[in-house]
Write a protein that binds this ligand. Structure first.
Ligand code: C2E
Ligand code: MG
Ligand code: MG
Ligand code: MG
Length: 280
């Protein structure tokens, strides 16, 4: 009986895998179509200096609602895109749309907005041409490199070669800032922080979520803030939802924040409204 049960388990497991594969294939097919038909949208989440409530920048985040699949979370379609070579066209959509918009907004602003775009580790497999394309796109949109930021995760640094490091150095020398997204969740060693071209640590949302009203459970965010200070890096907290999380961060001299407490990611009209209310 045991043998039979084991056999069934294997069968069930195979079925699960093929179900999973089919689902991914369906997402891939629909995603290809969405890219072709320009159905992918760019949303913008403000980054705030919580001391003054000034908007210091915005992060571009992709949104996709498919006719058949409904809303698909970026966590899902980005990972499918990374596996299927669609990540580059998606990135091009985010870049083109966001650079164009930010340049338009900045024409009317005294202090320019900084734009952050998420880059996937996969894209650094062809690092040299990526660097070229980034510079080209910024110059096409008249966006100063000083107002542009790349968000990468620790895996980008972990899985890539000297080429990646050279590319990041090149981009940094050009004036672009490099941030480590979801910082603290990767597996990489701390020694890379000393040698790599990094400007900012973005404390992962899960650690901010851990901060309680009584300020217990704050060891990790506190440690990351201190680490950033020691290494003379900027630090920003993502996923700030509660007033007491903001207070804790301010008390620990982490002034830059992003999260639902300030704003969710917004489409371009809503972001314009948000900026107008703040500035006017
Ligand atoms: P991320 O870059 O770490 O972005 C932060 C995510 O947290 C976003 O999810 C954002 O909507 C969400 N978030 C921000 N503040 C809060 C908060 O206060 N509470 C909660 N619960 N969530 C908050 P989103 O937009 O679903 O994106 C998920 C991930 O997908 C991103 O994580 C990023 O890794 C990836 N992604 C999105 N757009 C792009 C893109 O254009 N290129 C690449 N390579 N990845 C992207
Ligand atoms: Mg990000
Ligand atoms: Mg993040
Ligand atoms: Mg994330």
């Amino acid at each position: 009986a045991a043998k039979k049960q084991g056999g069934n388990k294997v069968l069930l497991y195979d079925e699960e895998i093929s179900k999973e594969k089919k689902k991914k294939l369906r997402i891939e097919t629909r995603l290809r179509k969405a890219i072709k038909n320009e159905e992918i949208e760019v949303y913008y989440q403000p980054k705030i200096d919580a001391r003054t409530d000034v908007v210091t920048g915005i992060e571009a985040l992709l949104r996709w609602t498919d006719e058949e699949l409904g809303f698909v979370s970026p966590d899902i379609f980005i990972s499918v895109a990374e596996e299927t070579g669609l990540i580059h066209p998606l990135w091009e959509i985010a870049m083109k749309e966001a650079c164009f918009q930010v340049n338009k907004w900045n024409e009317k602003r005294v202090v320019p907005l900084n734009l952050a775009v998420n880059f996937s580790a996969k894209q650094f497999q062809d690092a040299a041409s990526l660097v070229k394309q980034v510079k080209q796109m910024l110059s096409n949109c008249h966006l100063a490199p000083e107002n542009f930021e790349i968000e990468i995760t620790e895996s980008t640094l972990l899985f890539n070669s000297n080429e990646t490091i050279k590319a990041l150095q090149d981009l940094q020398e050009y004036g672009i800032s490099i941030s480590i997204d979801d910082f603290g969740t990767g597996y990489s060693s701390l020694s890379y922080l000393k040698t790599l071209p990094i400007d900012c640590l973005k404390i992962d949302r899960s650690f901010i979520l851990d901060i309680r009203e009584d300020y217990s459970n704050c060891g990790i965010p506190e440690a990351i803030i201190n680490l950033a200070r020691s290494l003379r890096l900027q630090v920003i907290a993502e996923g700030v939802e509660e007033e007491y999380q903001k207070e804790f961060l301010l008390q620990n001299q982490c002034y830059h924040m992003q999260g639902y407490l300030f704003s969710k990611p917004l489409n371009k009209q809503d972001l314009e409204g948000f900026l107008d209310r703040r500035d006017g």
